[in-house]
Design a protein around this ligand. Structure first.
Ligand SMILES: Cc1cc2nc3c(=O)[nH]c(=O)nc-3n(C[C@H](O)[C@H](O)[C@H](O)COP(=O)(O)OP(=O)(O)OC[C@H]3O[C@@H](n4cnc5c(N)ncnc54)[C@H](O)[C@@H]3O)c2cc1C
Length: 369
């Protein structure tokens, strides 16, 4: 195999969704990942929440692809029997200032086409979630949870059914434009090889900036700087005190330390936000104190002994520590003038929710739908 139609760099949830989509249009789609299997980085280190699309600015890609992706994802999961549960979410406020944020959010959500939010007062909340402390909340009934591993497995199976090939332990080292597309150099289990392709898709997550710098002909001005922002999770032993997801008001460039459940009913709290320079999934000391402090604001009966460090994930953010909102960046030759190249930068949350819509968007950019 020295010539294919498409090379997709990165087998996270986004690369797999793109592979499943493009394999329907092209005979030879190759998807590579430097790790031993698919989805070993950000795609398996997140909250596994299907977001409603309520926070993002109107007309942003995040707003559009999240709302569109949510509907596509629920449909996909139903058709393919992937574990999913539309359990709903409460966005909770304490006091009038935070309630004003809820009112703004209600309007923003409607602008994004999310019209099913309802307002709950303190009495209604007490009845619904007796352990919850809040003065008011918005309920989002379309928010849900998903088994993201089963979802990725299904995307890969779908891509392979259409003749796509996934090769693990294979790193893209660089690419040079040719008359017909690209010559891509790869390192696969100690061996160097080169493959030509017509289309090259860079969806390397945390490494997409680094990968972009290895593509000859791509001007540096089109490569944005990524900021790595780690989020930690603590699991909570025993039965969950909540029936749905509980989110505080967003803070510190994240959605706030929320309470979410996985498909097995395990409750976890997280993620927080910590900008980092080196890729590492370590837990800093004193983190438990910070979690207890923040979570007890909406769950005052939290038992410190039941809180155990679980895992961490790293967001590939375009938004630096003091920056305002930054959208997904999905670049085609219209932007960078390199024919056949698509770069995806800053695919942080809601990337899992948006994955099928991102794949559709990429196919549109390649003009193959
Ligand atoms: C803490 C946290 C919580 C989140 N919660 C949610 C949520 O609840 N809901 C939601 O919708 N989204 C959530 N997200 C966002 C979501 O997880 C991501 O948007 C999504 O997983 C991104 O997928 P990806 O395929 O772009 O990247 P990744 O999963 O990072 O995949 C990129 C792949 O590229 C590979 N790669 C890199 N460089 C190379 C190379 N040179 N050669 C070959 N392969 C390479 C990597 O090995 C990796 O497997 C969360 C993210 C974080 C960090």
């Amino acid at each position: 195999m020295d010539k294919v139609d498409v090379i997709i760099v990165g087998a996270g949830v986004v690369g797999l969704a793109i592979a499943a989509k493009l394999a329907q249009q092209f005979n030879n789609v190759l998807i590579i990942d430097k790790n031993a299997s698919f989805g070993e980085e950000t795609s398996s280190r997140n909250s596994e929440v299907i977001h409603a699309g309520i926070y993002y600015p109107q007309n942003s890609l995040k707003a559009k692809l999240c709302v569109q992706g949510k509907a596509m994802l629920y449909r996909y999961c139903q058709e393919r029997h992937i574990p999913v549960n539309k359990i709903g979410k409460l966005l909770v406020a304490h006091g009038s200032e935070e309630e004003a944020f809820l009112k703004e959010t209600l309007i923003r959500a409607q602008k994004n086409g999310v019209n099913d939010l309802t307002w709950l007062n303190q009495q209604e909340l007490k009845k619904l979630e007796p352990e919850l402390l809040a003065s008011a909340a918005l309920r989002s009934p379309s928010t849900g949870i998903i088994d993201s591993h089963a979802y990725m497995q299904s995307l890969l199976a779908q891509a392979e059914q259409h003749n796509a090939m996934f090769v693990a332990q294979t790193t893209m080292l660089g690419a040079s434009p040719t008359q017909q597309g690209f010559e891509v150099s790869l390192e696969s289990q100690g061996e160097h090889l080169s493959i030509t392709c017509k289309y090259l898709i860079n969806c390397a997550g945390l490494h997409s900036e680094k990968v972009a710098h290895t593509i000859k002909g791509l001007h540096k001005s089109h490569i944005p700087q990524l900021h790595w922002c780690r989020g930690h999770y603590f699991s909570y032993q025993g039965k969950s005190p909540f029936k749905q997801l509980i989110y505080p008001i967003p803070s510190d460039n994240g959605l706030g330390i929320h309470a979410s459940l996985d498909m097995g009913g395990q409750l976890k709290f997280g993620p927080d936000t910590q900008y980092i320079d080196q890729l590492s999934y370590d837990f800093p000391s004193k983190l438990k104190e910070k979690f207890l402090n923040q979570v007890s604001q909406y769950f005052p009966n939290i038992d410190a002994n039941k809180l155990q460090p679980a895992y961490a994930g790293i967001r590939p953010k375009l938004q630096g520590k003091d920056d305002s909102f930054k959208d997904f960046v999905i670049q085609s030759s219209e932007v960078h003038q390199v024919e056949g190249l698509i770069n995806l930068f800053g695919i942080d949350s809601p990337g899992l929710t948006s994955s099928l819509a991102i794949a559709e968007h990429v196919a549109e950019k390649l003009k193959v739908v």
